[in-house]
Design a protein around this ligand. Structure first.
Ligand code: ZN
Length: 150
């Protein structure tokens, strides 16, 4: 258990200090904003979805270490995968951190995301850990209904 706690801290610190995909996407990328008023975490997510595939994803924001590390790991986890897989992972992750019945921390799709399993005991932290995922969900749900004039 102490090993798991140490791993959890190392992974979170690493992603907090060197967040992956910490950049803006321009040119037609979807954009969604997330806010966790309980902690003050804010982030903006950029998503490039084409043919049902998450081609690129980036984020910027400010907040606590958990929210930033979670956003960083989320972008790593969904980049290059289908939007369908991203939604499935959202559900797995959500079940994991909320301690939902049937949550499976051994599901291989979660990979390193299992380090967030410990936050289930801290309801405020659950919101920090899920903020990026809720924002991802919002960006995925946006429809590509911009009319083209070409
Ligand atoms: Zn937070």
């Amino acid at each position: 258990m102490s090993d798991l706690g140490e791993l959890y801290q190392q992974v979170i610190l690493d992603h907090n200090q060197k967040p992956r995909n910490y950049h803006i996407l321009g040119n037609g990328a979807r954009r969604a904003d997330g806010h966790n008023p309980l902690c003050g975490d804010r982030l903006t997510l950029y998503l490039d979805v084409k043919d049902g595939l998450v081609k690129d994803v980036g984020f910027q924001g400010s907040g606590c270490a958990i929210s930033k590390a979670s956003a960083s790991m989320m972008t790593d986890a969904v980049k290059g995968h289908s939007a369908e897989d991203a939604v499935a992972l959202f559900r797995l992750f959500h079940d994991l951190v909320t301690g939902a019945p049937g949550a499976d921390a051994d599901d291989p799709r979660l990979g390193k995301l299992v380090v967030f399993a410990g936050v289930r005991d801290y309801p405020v932290r659950v919101k920090c850990a899920t903020l990026a995922w809720h924002t991802l969900r919002a960006a995925l749900d946006q429809r590509d209904d911009v009319a083209s004039t070409e």
